[in-house]
Every structure is written in C-alpha cells, then in structure tokens.
Design a protein around this ligand. Structure first.
Ligand SMILES: C[S@@+](CC[C@H](N)C(=O)[O-])C[C@H]1O[C@@H](n2cnc3c(N)ncnc32)[C@H](O)[C@@H]1O
Length: 272
C-alpha cells in the first residue's frame, strides 16, 4: 500500500512531466508499473523509491524512467480501421484540392511503438496514384524514448503484426526475419522522421501540418491539459487541415477552435 502523501507526490510529478492525470483509483497501476523500477534500484518498497525521488529532484534519468513507466503504450496497426479509410477517402482529396503539388505533411503526435505512422505510410503508399503529384512526409513523435526507439527499429512480433495488418499488406510491406519477427520495409519507413516531443509543451519549429493524428492519448489528461494540447494542435494545422482523435475522444466542450467534420466520426477541422 502506498501512503497518500507518496501517491500525491508521484501524481503531481506525472502531471507536471507528461500531463497524465493519475486518479486515486489508479493506485494499482502505480504499484505494478513502478515496482520493477524500485526493484532495479535496490529499493525495498515504493516508499523508498519516492524517498529517492524526493532526495534527487534533478535526476533526469530517474524522472524519465518513472514517467515512461507510467505511460500506456498500447497500439496496433490500423487501429480502429476507419481513420485509415477516412485518410484515404476524405483527407487525400481534401489536401489535393488545397495543394496541387509539394508534400502532404502528417503528424502522428503520440506514435507509441510506430504502428500508427507505419499504418499511415502504408495507406499513402497504397494510394500513390490518388496522391497525383503530391508527395508526403510523416513526423512521428512521442514523449517516451523507449517506444520511439522501437518505432524506429520497425521490428514487430507475429502477434503484433497479425493484430491489425491485412494479410496483403503484411506480405507486401514486411519481411519475415525469423520465426516470430517481421521487419517493416524501407519503402514504408521512407518519409517518416522521429522526434521526442511532449504534447504539453509548445510545438515550435514543426511547421504546419495537413493532418494530425493524436489518438488515444488525450484520455489520460485532465480537461485543462486536453484544452492546452488541442489549442496547440490547432496552431499546428493548415487552414484546410484535419485532426484525428481516438474513438473515446472529442474536442466538444474543450475548445471552440475545432468542429467535427460532418458525418466523419473522430475527424475534426478548424473553425473558420
Ligand atoms: C495508448 S498510446 C496511443 C498510440 C497511438 N496513437 C494509437 O492510437 O494507437 C499513448 C501514447 O501517448 C504517449 N504520451 C503520453 N503522454 C504524452 C505526452 N504528454 N506527450 C507525448 N506523448 C505522450 C505515450 O507514451 C504512448 O506512447
């Protein structure tokens, strides 16, 4: 059992560093996620780990490990299917209408282990003809350095690829590199760049995007943090740009910068 003061200390630290809102019902999560770090550091209990954190507020590596341990990195290829159909059927024509040439700029803003940016890349590769003269580039960012490293490596288990990837795309865009492992092909990696980025901080220097995927991360934030993130994403979008949120997420009652795109669940556009 963690003491209330220690729980409060960790909750505050996580809120400050990642925006994660840790409510008291998530005490079990804190215990299961932080016990391995405590053990690794030779702490006999979570209380000892918290004491260590209190003693060394400038220990960036420790703070990062604790923050990263508390993020939920669950993802899968073509998660929810629909957003990738909407990218194909709604977004490509929309961006082509706004931009005849140049590049469609896509941001996967909490990309986890890379399944999302690779699914975007495969969708665009499949739509090469529909893209006409338009090229593309994908920026994939996450707060968590470990998931970003896995994303960049582009190697997945059989279970991970099978969960969402249609068999035709699996055969076309992955190479089997062992009994149980698949590597994403260079063709799919091309055009994707990776950067560490914390959504609670400004995204200066990224330029403007035609499409932002920010899916299944707002759910972990409180309202004020969600509002701040959404307003920063609005600043990062081209006037014709669209924002994809996760199935359980919305902009409604958080910001008036966005409105839902009519008849397109999960897709939002800037209010003009
Ligand atoms: C559940 S995953 C979602 C992955 C993917 N977007 C999807 O929908 O499948 C949430 C991701 O958000 C990241 N994350 C959490 N807080 C963040 C923050 N403040 N800034 C950037 N990324 C964050 C986590 O590290 C994690 O990889």
């Amino acid at each position: 059992m963690i003491q209330p003061a220690d729980f409060q200390f960790i909750a505050q630290l996580l809120k400050q560093r990642s925006g994660l809102a840790l409510t008291p019902d998530k005490e079990y999560l804190l215990e299961t996620r932080l016990q391995p770090i405590a053990r690794q550091l030779g702490c006999a209990s979570l209380a000892e780990l918290v004491a260590m954190l209190r003693r060394s507020p400038g220990d960036e590596a420790l703070l990062r490990d604790v923050t990263e341990a508390m993020t939920t990195n669950e993802s899968m290829f073509f998660r929810d299917t629909k957003p990738f159909e909407q990218l194909r059927d709604l977004v490509i024509p929309r961006v082509r209408q706004a931009k005849a040439s140049g590049k469609m700029r896509v941001w996967s803003a909490a990309c986890s282990n890379g399944q999302e940016p690779y699914s975007i890349s495969m969708t665009l590769l499949e739509q090469r003809l529909a893209m006409g003269g338009l090229g593309w580039e994908i920026l994939a960012t996450d707060l968590d350095t470990q998931v970003l490293a896995k994303a960049q490596e582009g190697v997945y288990t059989q279970f991970e690829v099978q969960r969402g990837t249609p068999i035709t795309l699996l055969v076309k865009y992955f190479s089997q590199i062992g009994n149980n492992q698949w590597r994403i092909k260079d063709e799919v990696r091309g055009g994707i760049s990776y950067r560490v980025h914390n959504l609670i901080q400004p995204c200066n220097g990224f330029g403007k995007f035609d499409v932002v995927f920010c899916r299944n991360v707002l759910i972990y934030f409180d309202e004020e943090t969600k509002r701040g993130v959404l307003n920063r994403l609005a600043d990062a979008l081209e006037p014709h740009g669209v924002l994809f949120l996760g199935a359980a997420e919305t902009v409604l009652s958080l910001t008036d910068r966005f409105r839902p795109v009519q008849d397109q669940r999960g897709v939002f556009e800037l209010r003009t």
